[in-house]
Unconditional design. Structure first.
Length: 255
């Protein structure tokens, strides 16, 4: 494997320099964090599973016309993606009450919303990713109005599509978080691309029959069985990552 320079080392992924100036490599780690990294564990194989699940979902989204940063899966832990300027807003789309909204608004977990709800959070770990509204985004110029409308529209389309896809394999898509980035062409114009990853790390997935949680809440709530649940999601999607030693695919790191 060629030596690669780290551009950014995140909680669950490391971003390496790509083979061309307009690409980067996303390396999926086994680190699991919660409560803004107050809680941390290594779950062997999580990165391999998330790489496969995200690879599959990003390809499906590309096929239905959602522009994504995804180019191709390189190996068990790495994806080649387009280099984008990340918009510092996390978009959360919710179908069912769970997680932070339950506490914040005193809702009952499991209540189904009459229509999907979009929330915006500032992507800033130091502040614990606070909830923000559209006016904050426009006022502080984190995105333009056109970009905001486009991202919200993509969020709802992604939700429609993924809800159906997960329903087909016996899972409820409770909520998910997505991020977008600007991809600049040579003439200096930019287009929005769906970035980051889509995996059980940033979705809530419940089994339709039993309501069993099949996502990172198993780690957040210390319920156990996270790797088995992610494996089950991958199996139901028809993705079986190669049965190798999951921890063997380590990059050669140059800082
Ligand atoms: P929340 O209920 O904790 O606000 O999370 C909503 C969804 O967003 C849930 O599927 C988990 C995901 N999420 C992330 O992927 N990263 C984060 O930093 C947070 C806070 C949530």
């Amino acid at each position: 494997m060629s030596k690669k320079k780290i551009l950014y080392d995140g909680k669950a992924k490391t971003i390496f320099e790509g083979p061309t100036l307009d690409t980067v490599i996303q390396y999926f780690k086994d680190d699991a964090t919660a409560n803004n990294a107050e809680k941390h564990s290594i779950i062997n194989g999580k990165g391999v599973l998330n790489n496969s699940i995200s690879d599959y979902l990003m390809q499906k989204l590309n096929e239905i016309g959602i522009p994504t940063h995804y180019i191709k899966k390189l190996n068990m832990r790495e994806q080649l993606v387009r280099k984008v300027e990340i918009i510092p807003v996390e978009f959360v789309v919710r179908n069912i009450a769970a997680g932070s909204i339950v506490k914040r608004l005193g809702l009952k977990e499991g209540n189904v919303f009459s229509r999907p709800l979009i929330e915006h959070y500032l992507k800033k770990d130091e502040l614990g990713d606070p909830l923000i509204n559209e006016d904050h985004i426009l006022n502080f110029q984190w995105s333009t109005r056109n970009e905001l409308e486009e991202m919200q529209e993509y969020g709802l389309r992604i939700n429609d599509f993924l809800r159906g896809l997960f329903f087909g394999i016996g899972l409820k898509l409770v909520d998910f978080k997505i991020e977008f980035g600007r991809y600049y062409s040579e003439d200096g114009n930019s287009i929005l691309l769906l970035a980051d990853e889509i995996s059980p790390d940033n979705c809530r997935l419940w089994d339709i029959k039993t309501n069993k949680k099949m996502d990172k809440d198993l780690f957040r709530q210390e319920l156990g069985g996270l790797k088995e649940a992610y494996q089950e999601v991958a199996n139901r999607l028809g993705i079986i990552p190669e049965k190798k030693n999951y921890s063997s695919a380590k990059p050669e790191i140059v800082k």
